[in-house]
Design a protein around this ligand. Structure first.
Ligand SMILES: Cc1ncc(COP(=O)(O)O)c(C=O)c1O
Length: 472
């Protein structure tokens, strides 16, 4: 009989055994890539709040925010309790012939929390699925009579074929076939937006654009659209009956200091908003789109189209029960307020660090609990660095920024037990994104550690990274 690894045995695997299984059955290149930045040698025992506890007893301060997923921190007790309760009561997961009270209540709560008539929800599992669902809804709203969807030139909407077609971040760098009829405009650039619309307007003034997909705050590049841009885009979309989709997969649930980032702008309401990540409280893989009632009703609210768009796992039991609790926590623990407090601490702390390390820190920006530090080795690559960089790297400022940022991330982890990551949109940023359960103490620990790491200077940091790669 084939020997299968049991759950018990799985939990006893050593780092070497896990690497070996990854190399053989998951991805060799993932093992090399993660290893080259000084990671991948530790295994996690458990994680709670802002802290990751390693098998060797060390604890790590998690400042990644789980790449958007962990606003509630790891294993929030209320989220765990909701899941345990669901399991204890042996609730049912698949609701196809029965209505789900969880889907009903979750949809109600989202309608209550969101402005205007953003009232109708759909809950698939990943961010990309929510974006694709929203774009399909917009296409259907126009009965397939319009053929163009616009996105921004720094957009990140996911990596599936459809969402990837609307993504302009170099993270999706292979020229996969795209869905037909995509075009782009400069982020936060009204002239560019108007030109894009004009390219798809016929001689009688009719628009071929069925949807505009936009991140009001771009988490991957830490940029946000101005109020003027957003309001103009809204006004023009209304005028031309274009479905305006705000992608808040990353920024929803308080991250930038408002429940959803667009809610920083009173009266501004998209036709559809997408959400995921911390919507699942760090436990459930759930996403959603919430559509304005007239838009949804025009697209799908008839018997023959009632199941035109669905996925197997949409509205799954424990995922929706978890999201219900996760959303209550966001509201009761005032996540937007917590993000605003973190914004004050991190914003002023990072500005001081930038002033103290002006040769290394080119820029800091962000909002709420989502900031970025843009690093540079200086106006020119110091000669001491040229000899240690990989061939060609000295001529590529992005490559140098990536290595330097990687070196800072590695030093923060190795010397200070703090976990961060870098964003891979156009410009490389060290992302500073604590869970929203972090407080002043954690922010202070991070700021002091970053200050000390940057004290080492570019040459020492990069030499350390190269040495680690060679000996690692
Ligand atoms: C703004 C935005 N949209 C969509 C996605 C895609 O989500 P997923 O990776 O769950 O498909 C992401 C993922 O980071 C995102 O940040």
């Amino acid at each position: 009989m084939t020997e299968l690894i049991t759950l018990d045995e799985c939990e006893q695997l050593t780092t070497e055994q896990v690497h070996d299984l990854y190399r053989r059955y998951v991805s060799r290149s993932q093992v090399s890539l993660i290893g080259s930045f000084g990671f991948g040698r530790d295994l996690v025992d458990h994680a709670e709040g802002c802290w990751i506890h390693l098998r060797d007893g060390r604890r790590i301060l998690d400042f990644t925010g789980g790449v958007g997923v962990l606003s509630h921190g790891h294993n929030h007790p209320r989220v765990l309790a909701a899941r345990q309760r669901f399991q204890r009561q042996r609730r049912m997961e698949v609701h196809k012939n029965y209505f789900s009270p969880y889907v009903a209540a979750l949809s109600h709560n989202l309608a209550a929390l969101l402005p205007g008539d953003l009232n109708i929800s759909y809950f698939p599992n990943s961010g990309a699925e929510s974006v694709e669902g929203a774009v399909k809804l917009a296409y259907k709203y126009h009965k397939g009579r319009r053929g163009t969807v616009l996105h921004s030139d720094i957009a990140f909407h996911g990596k599936l074929m459809g969402a990837g077609s609307l993504t302009a971040s170099p993270e999706v760098h292979f020229p996969y076939p795209r869905i037909p009829g995509t075009d782009s405009f400069g982020y936060d650039d009204l002239d560019s937006f108007l030109l894009a619309l004009e390219r798809h307007t016929d001689s009688a003034g009719g628009s071929d654009v069925y949807a505009v997909v936009l991140e009001p705050f771009s988490a991957s590049s830490l940029r946000e659209c101005s109020a003027h841009f957003l309001r103009e885009v809204r006004r023009i979309c209304t005028e031309k009956d274009i479905v305006l989709i705000f992608d808040e997969v990353y920024t929803g649930w308080g991250k930038t200091g408002a429940l959803f980032h667009f809610m920083h702008h009173p009266g501004l309401v998209p036709d559809i908003v997408t959400t995921s990540k911390s919507f699942g409280g760090g436990k459930a893989s759930i996403s959603g789109y919430i559509a304005r009632e007239p838009v949804f009703r025009a697209a799908y609210d008839n018997l023959s189209d009632a199941t035109l768009h669905s996925t197997t796992y949409y509205g799954f039991g424990e995922e929706t029960a978890t999201a219900l609790e996760a959303v209550s926590i966001v509201v009761e623990e005032d996540f937007p307020g917590r993000a605003r407090e973190l914004d004050e601490l991190l914003g002023s702390g990072l500005a001081k660090i930038q002033a103290r390390h002006s040769r290394l820190v080119r820029d800091v920006k962000g909002r709420g609990a989502l900031h970025g530090v843009f690093l540079t080795p200086g106006p020119r690559i110091p000669p001491a660095l040229r000899s240690i960089l990989p061939p060609g790297a000295a001529r590529d400022p992005q490559m140098v920024a990536k290595l330097l940022t990687g070196a800072v991330i590695a030093a923060l982890y190795r010397d200070h037990g703090i976990l961060t990551f870098f964003g891979s949109n156009r410009l490389i940023a060290l992302i500073v994104s604590p869970p929203l359960v972090a407080g002043a103490d954690e922010a202070q620990l991070f700021l002091q550690a970053l200050d000390e790491v940057l004290d080492q200077g570019a040459v020492r940091l990069l030499t350390g990274l190269v040495r680690e790669k060679v000996t690692g």
